[in-house]
Design a protein around this ligand. Structure first.
Ligand code: C5P
Length: 284
């Protein structure tokens, strides 16, 4: 029998800057980035079952069940914890795939946090972050629970304080495959290392996303959205794209930009979050 379902959010992130500082022997890239949580979310409705089965209850276009990070996360936790319980999961996808918003990684992180709570498996934050890293480089950040300055491949995290503000995000209408951007021969991989204090104490204008030039060359739609949004401020791509964003201190300014986009692209406004909406479910 499946218990009553509970709903859990999986918030998106923006990369306020992203520098590629090197490459590891296994091909993964060394990065420095600032991760910002925002209040645009996917949602997971999860019911616990006693039979140990793990299944997704709905089809998600473009995400076959075998490669779904949500199911992989649930199975990984089941294996690691030895839990005999199972789960029925419904995934409401609001975040675009290939958007650079961390949707798949956040879904996986929220699955780990939610099932750790529902199955009472008792893993702490650090243990869940270690499991999450097996699923993707961005997953530990979403379990960390705070905005963060990240290094390594994205898993070495330090809490970062960021202003309360609003973001306008444009979906340029293309899906950018992350591996294609990282493997491009034109990608520069030698940004000089910075310190968290350098980022915190300066204006963000000079902080770039090193993946942006490559993504714009391969996907002119991304470039076009950045050019347009730049008339309102420091517009940038998040992650490996395709989404682009611009920050506003006043909500009404963000609303006005959304009004001007009117139908040209899918776009939305999001609020900066200080912490992950499920942070209270984790023991540090
Ligand atoms: O870890 P994740 O599955 O999200 O990464 C997708 C792909 O992006 C990797 O297979 C790799 O090609 C590339 N990547 C990278 N360096 C990183 C993160 C991702 O090269 N730090």
């Amino acid at each position: 029998m499946t218990q009553t379902r509970q709903r859990f959010p999986a918030p998106a992130k923006l990369n306020l800057f992203l520098h590629v500082t090197g490459r590891r022997p296994d091909g993964y890239h060394l990065l420095q980035t600032a991760f910002q949580l925002i209040d645009r979310c996917d949602y997971l409705d999860i019911g616990v079952s006693a039979d140990g089965g793990i299944q997704r209850d709905n089809d998600v276009p473009g995400v076959p069940a075998e490669s779904d990070l949500v199911l992989r996360a649930a199975r990984l936790l089941q294996q690691a914890s030895g839990s005999r319980l199972g789960a029925h999961i419904h995934l409401q996808k609001n975040l675009p795939m290939g958007g650079g918003l961390g949707g798949g990684s956040s879904d996986a992180a929220s699955t780990l946090i939610a099932l750790n709570h529902l199955w009472q498996t008792g893993l702490n934050r650090k243990e869940l972050m270690t499991l999450g890293l097996q699923l993707g480089a961005d997953v530990p950040f979403f379990i960390f629970g705070r905005n963060a300055f990240a290094e390594g491949i994205g898993e070495e995290l330090q809490e970062l304080s960021t202003p309360d503000r609003w973001f306008v995000v444009i979906e340029p209408g293309v899906h950018v495959p992350t591996p294609a951007i990282f493997s491009a021969k034109e990608l520069t991989r030698n940004s000089k290392s910075v310190r968290i204090a350098d980022f915190s104490s300066s204006t963000e204008v000079q902080w770039k996303n090193d993946l942006q030039t490559v993504a714009c060359a391969l996907f002119p739609e991304v470039d076009e959205a950045i050019q347009w949004l730049s008339q309102f401020g420091n517009a940038k791509m998040t992650g490996s794209g395709a989404c682009v964003f611009c920050a506003f201190s006043d909500e009404s300014d963000a609303d006005e930009v959304i009004r001007q986009i009117s139908g040209r692209w899918t776009s939305w406004k999001a609020k900066a979050l200080n912490c992950h909406p499920m942070a209270n479910l984790l023991q540090s």
